[in-house]
Design a binder for this molecule. Structure first.
Ligand SMILES: [Zn+2]
Length: 281
């Protein structure tokens, strides 16, 4: 089978400047040694470069069967992505990564709950990933559904996880509905940064890794009309230092109280929708 890699290798032998020379090693899988050598900053740069290739239509073409064989004995991904389930936002493709490169956790609306936290604690503390990216996206049905307060089976509880981000967007003019593009964009961004903040606010494991500079947390929004990823603010390089700051990730801007209607007591975990925590003002 003729792959781009073999063609480019041939080009290199002939002394021809080829794109592969700028993405050398792109088809070699991540090993423990390779993972240990990469810094969180380099991991972020690797994803940025991958998205640039994706947008430019210059993705690396690797023989995936070779990679299956190369990763059969274990994995050492350099990053983890928390993204939406939307079919237009597959992280491996959007960031032009291949088998064994990244962990991917996907759920409608890319929110954080206990199960997501546990998965990401495994990806980082146990498996060694250096970067977590919360990846929201434009035209997100989950975000739109949460804004419109859609009620449907278990989806109702799932969308409630996006509600805090909606309530925190108070500075956008015009109607706060899905037809207001600025409001929708602001909620989409806030939902991603809110989830990123929760990672360290709710996980001591992740917070300690960040404080030890072994992990970076970033948030971004993928544009489904262009394929481009826009990065939001500065990546987290330290966890909140006070309990106020940590709780601020959950309650900033509003003095909301979360209550469990069954127990009539404040929910310790505002994301604990298994207990059907609801908000009170
Ligand atoms: Zn979505």
């Amino acid at each position: 089978m003729i792959t781009r890699r073999s063609v480019l290798t041939g080009a290199a032998l002939l002394g021809v400047s080829a794109f592969s020379t700028r993405v050398h090693g792109a088809c070699s899988v991540f090993t423990r040694a390779k993972q240990a050598a990469i810094t969180p900053e380099q991991a972020l740069e690797r994803l940025k470069e991958g998205n640039a290739r994706f947008v430019a239509g210059r993705t690396v073409q690797c023989d995936l069967r070779e990679q299956v064989q190369a990763t059969a004995g274990g994995q050492a991904p350099f990053a983890a992505i928390l993204g939406c389930m939307d079919s237009r936002v597959p992280p491996e493709l959007v960031f032009d990564q291949v088998i064994g490169d990244i962990f991917v956790v996907r759920i409608a609306g890319n929110f954080v709950n206990t199960d997501i936290l546990g998965s990401l604690e495994y990806a980082t503390q146990v498996a060694g990933a250096k970067l977590i990216v919360v990846l929201g996206h434009t035209d997100c049905g989950a975000v739109k559904g949460a804004i419109e307060e859609v009620k449907l089976g278990n989806l109702t509880a799932a969308l409630a996880n996006i509600r805090p981000a909606i309530l925190e967007v108070t500075d956008v003019e015009g109607p706060h509905d899905v037809n207001n593009k600025k409001f929708l964009r602001a909620v989409t961004e806030r939902n991603a940064t809110y989830a990123a903040a929760l990672l360290t606010a709710r996980s001591e494991v992740l917070g300690d890794l960040v404080n030890d500079h072994k992990l970076m947390i970033a948030s971004a929004v993928h544009d489904v009309s262009t394929g481009a990823v826009a990065w939001l603010g500065n990546p987290a390089t330290s966890k909140p230092t006070t309990s106020n700051q940590a709780s601020g990730a959950r309650r900033s801007g509003n003095d909301r109280v979360l209550r469990d209607p069954d127990g009539d007591k404040a929910c310790a975990d505002p994301q604990d929708h298994d207990r059907h925590c609801t908000e009170e003002r």
